[in-house]
Design a protein around this ligand. Structure first.
Ligand SMILES: [Fe+2]
Ligand SMILES: [Fe+2]
Length: 250
């Protein structure tokens, strides 16, 4: 059953944020270079999956998949580098970070000790998310034909990855494949929640330390300054102690 790429509701809601991210040249370069890393890492992991799977058909498919992802990494890296060179001014925007998760999510993949069914379910969910997101990105870079063409090409591959992983999952787990996909979806959502919680925790930690610095520390600084004023300036004579041995430091 071949399915076309579809954007999720949350990505449709976040479309203005995606547009804001891609509008700026600096952010665009950073995004492309970040994608290059994720695609290359994902390609290496899937290559490892091809080595360890006992299933000959899956080995061939994983291998083709890994080659695609490594190729995506090269496309993104080269385009990112080209745009970087073209940015002669090297200006940095007010905020160059990326508030949204990356396109692929293959960075979460774990191969060692993973059964093929779980891996295929994970890959299917990740590829589906990537295909939906690359669909948005492709439209948002319509002003940049070279980057647009890269997304167009990669999107075709991601749709193939999304479909073959589902077909193969249904082949090797005909009774439980739907459940596997749901579990993979839940695990992906849970990882997102944990990441969000970690980000919120870091933000709250910074806010708390700032409050501590400006509210709690000043009274102590004031007390220390007041105590310092009472101290005589310069050297102070020590009390004469006759019982102290001459070799004592005090
Ligand atoms: Fe990819
Ligand atoms: Fe992919």
């Amino acid at each position: 059953m071949a399915t076309a790429a579809r954007t999720t509701r949350i990505d449709r809601v976040l479309r203005p944020v995606h547009r804001w991210v891609w509008r700026d040249g600096g952010r665009r370069v950073r995004k492309l270079l970040a994608f290059a890393e994720v695609e290359t890492d994902g390609g290496r992991d899937i290559l490892r999956a091809a080595e360890v799977t006992p299933d000959p058909l899956l080995r061939r498919l994983y291998l083709a998949h890994a080659i695609d992802e490594l190729h995506h990494g090269v496309l993104f890296r080269e385009r990112g580098a080209e745009l970087l060179r073209a940015r002669a001014d090297g200006a940095s925007a007010l905020f160059n970070g990326n508030p949204l998760p990356g396109g692929h999510g293959l960075d979460d993949v774990s191969i060692e000790g993973e059964a093929d069914a779980r891996l295929l379910a994970f890959l299917h969910v990740a590829e589906k998310a990537a295909a939906g997101r690359f669909l948005i990105y492709r439209d948002l870079v319509a002003d940049d034909p070279a980057t647009h063409a890269i997304f167009e090409e990669i999107l075709r591959d991601e749709v193939f990855h999304m479909n073959y992983t589902y077909t193969q999952l249904a082949r090797i787990s005909p009774r439980t494949y739907r459940r596997e996909v749901w579990l993979a979806r839940l695990s992906r959502v849970w990882k997102r929640v944990l990441r969000l919680a970690a980000a919120v925790g870091a933000l709250m930690g910074s806010a708390f330390l700032t409050v501590l610095y400006f509210v709690v520390l000043p009274p102590f600084a004031w007390l220390a300054r007041r105590a310092a004023k009472r101290e005589p300036a310069g050297w102070a004579p020590i009390s004469a102690r006759t019982d102290a041995p001459p070799t004592s430091q005090y």
